[in-house]
Design a protein around this ligand. Structure first.
Ligand SMILES: CC(=O)N[C@@H](CC(=O)O)C(=O)NC[C@H](CC1(C(=O)N[C@@H](Cc2ccc(O)cc2)C(=O)O)CCCC1)C(=O)O
Ligand SMILES: [Zn+2]
Length: 584
């Protein structure tokens, strides 16, 4: 084995240059497919992913010739540990590798072109039509038709492909030295106690969720009649204002504690002021600039897809941010709707782009979040400031701000429907997937396991019986899209730690939920120092830099929502709080 660390550093630099070219070609082919779903674009993307895999295999073979585990240079050691960790690209059987990539692109196509026909010739896609229906309809049966139709059009059609995907992905990852794909995904968080830490966080936050769930259930019973609800205390999954019941913000009209206050859902104002998708991204870019962070380069504005094409093309509408790994090209693809919900998504995607910009000069293997949860938190931290009534007033979306106790509870309720409601969902998706990858959950009980978790952790139940002919996990983008999900649960906790710390840096001595770091270059400085690291340091070091502590901690989230927690406990009859842990 080669022990010369100077030669090793030289090798790593050559790999970086080569990686940028191969990664660019792969990302560009993926972009072309995502923005124009055709069989030739699908094949081109699969071809590029095979080239990338072969490149990665060559890098791994060459890097393994170095005695990197014994390098004195700890950074070089870390860099090589990433060079040899190539994921499913380790699959040496090219036929199986091509099959794996074809299955993934096929599942994504089925999901992205899924439609529900409400009448013979009225077939609606998810974005924007079905999403709008789920967000606005209060017709129990119409919601059920859409909810069931979507699962028939996507999950049920993906089930067999997913089974094959699981076995091929596991077969590949074993060649990379991991027992199964879930173990590989967890390795990105490198702390050995990661799963227990998650469980502790979830148990700590569960009382907040149970309180919100009980309040929401009471209000929904008033709207739909108590006879529509199972005696177990679960809420039917299709009436929460979202196709997956993952956030409940669209129920704000029903759940608003004190109606008639400021209209903090600024969608009407945005429409009234003729907001465009472009304008929404410019508003977000301006916030990042106000912190002294890097503004969007011209390539971003020239090459992004900020709204759904009208030329009949099939596209993957699910929003996403793209790093082309050439230090110049960064894009967002979003079928932007002129709503406040989409303004929040805009900030989420721009958070990814800002991270890409901040770490673009790192070695390619370090162009990632400190851990995947960090990448998901950046945009959401900014949008915690943007969503404050005082900030919305500053940018002209809220005429006047009432500063009283009732308005404060209204605001916290709106935020809870976005953040607290999400926690069990963010937690359970990869609980299900890790159990599938490990073999604990076998194909003949994919759906049973899914509903055990949805009922047990989220307290929602299927509005009609489900069987193993259904594959309800497949109706959620990230399953056919094979995008890991625990990163969002991590993000929803750490974004409040970041927010608290950046608010202190900004000298904001107000309650956490009223803090707006807008125009604070001190906060921006603290954030960019951490972002520039990418994944070049273990994430506890990055956490210490930005949050002053090296662990995930739910305290900041609980502090943010404290006034609402108190209010909800007063509202709820304590003995009716908990939904049965078992199935309905
Ligand atoms: C090339 C590529 O794939 N790039 C990655 C980024 C990267 O890895 O560099 C990427 O763009 N992933 C897409 C994904 C999109 C969204 C999402 O899927 N969100 C979750 C959970 C959630 C819900 C509410 C919320 O406020 C925040 C998150 C959901 O909707 O279920 C859609 C809406 C927001 C974020 C994303 O941006 O994370
Ligand atoms: Zn994200």
């Amino acid at each position: 084995l080669i022990t010369n660390e100077t030669a090793a550093r030289e090798f790593a630099n050559e790999v970086n240059a080569g990686s940028e070219v191969v990664m660019y070609n792969f990302v560009a082919a993926s972009w072309n497919y995502n923005t124009n779903i055709t069989t030739e674009n699908q094949q081109a993307m699969v071809d590029e992913s095979l080239k990338l895999a072969l490149f990665d295999q060559a890098v791994e073979a060459n890097a393994s010739r170095y005695d990197w585990k014994n390098f004195s240079d700890t950074d070089l050691n870390r860099l090589f540990s990433k060079l040899v960790d190539i994921g499913t690209a380790a699959m040496t059987d090219k036929v199986k590798l091509e099959r794996l990539n074809n299955i993934m692109s096929e599942m994504e196509a089925i999901y992205s072109t899924g439609k529900v026909c409400l009448t013979e010739n009225n077939c609606l896609p998810l974005d924007p039509d079905l999403s709008r229906l789920m967000a606005t309809s209060t017709d129990y049966d119409e919601l059920l038709t859409v909810w069931k139709g979507w699962r028939d059009a996507t999950g049920a059609k993906i089930k067999d492909l997913y089974k094959e995907f699981v076995s091929l992905s596991n077969e590949a990852i074993v060649q990379n030295g991991y027992p199964d794909t879930g173990a590989y995904w967890k390795s990105w968080y490198d702390t050995p106690t990661f799963e227990e830490d998650l469980k502790t966080l979830f148990e700590t936050l569960k009382p907040l969720y149970v309180n919100l769930h009980a309040y929401t259930r009471k209000k929904l019973k008033e709207r739909y009649g108590a006879d529509k609800f199972p005696t177990s205390g679960h809420i039917p999954a299709h009436i929460l204002g979202n196709m997956w019941a993952q956030t409940w913000g669209n129920l704000f009209d029903l759940l608003e504690p004190y109606p008639g206050k400021d209209d903090i859902d600024v969608t009407p104002q945005m429409v009234q002021q003729n907001y465009t998708a472009e304008k929404m991204f410019q508003v977000s870019d301006e916030f990042f600039k106000s912190l002294g962070l890097i503004e969007m380069p011209s390539e971003f504005w020239d090459h992004s897809m900020l709204k759904k094409p009208t030329d009949g093309r099939d596209v993957v509408c699910h929003a996403s941010a793209w790093d082309f790994y050439n230090k110049k090209d960064f894009r967002v693809k979003q079928c932007t709707d002129i709503t406040m919900e989409d303004l929040i998504t805009v900030h989420h995607e721009m958070g990814h782009i800002e991270y890409y910009l901040q770490y673009k000069d790192q070695h390619v293997v370090y162009r990632d979040g400190a851990n995947p949860g960090f990448h998901e938190a950046v945009g959401d931290v900014i949008s915690l400031s943007v969503q404050t009534p005082t900030h919305l007033q500053k940018i002209g979306l809220l005429p006047e701000v009432t500063n009283d106790e009732e308005a404060e509870i209204n605001f916290l309720m709106k935020m809870a429907l976005q953040k607290i409601a999400f926690l069990p969902f963010g937690y359970l998706i990869d609980q299900w997937r890790w159990s599938v990858f490990s073999g604990e959950t076998t194909p003949d009980n994919y759906n049973q396991k899914w509903w055990d978790l949805r009922c047990g952790l989220q307290g929602i139940s299927p509005p009609e019986d489900r069987t193993e002919d259904d594959f309800d996990p497949g109706a959620k983008f990230h399953i056919p899209g094979n995008t890991p999900y625990i990163r969002y649960f991590v993000s929803f906790v750490i974004q409040f730690q970041f927010h608290k710390s950046l608010c202190q840096a900004a000298g904001q001595n107000v309650p956490l939920h009223q803090c707006d770091i807008y125009q604070s270059t001190a906060a921006g400085q603290k954030l960019s120092e951490m972002l520039k690291l990418g994944s070049s340091k273990p994430w506890p070091e990055a956490m210490m830099m930005i949050a002053g502590e090296d662990k995930m901690n739910a305290a900041a989230l609980m502090e943010y929502f404290q006034p609402l927690t108190t209010w909800l406990i007063e509202q709820n009859d304590v003995y009716k709080l908990v939904f049965a842990e078992s199935n309905p």
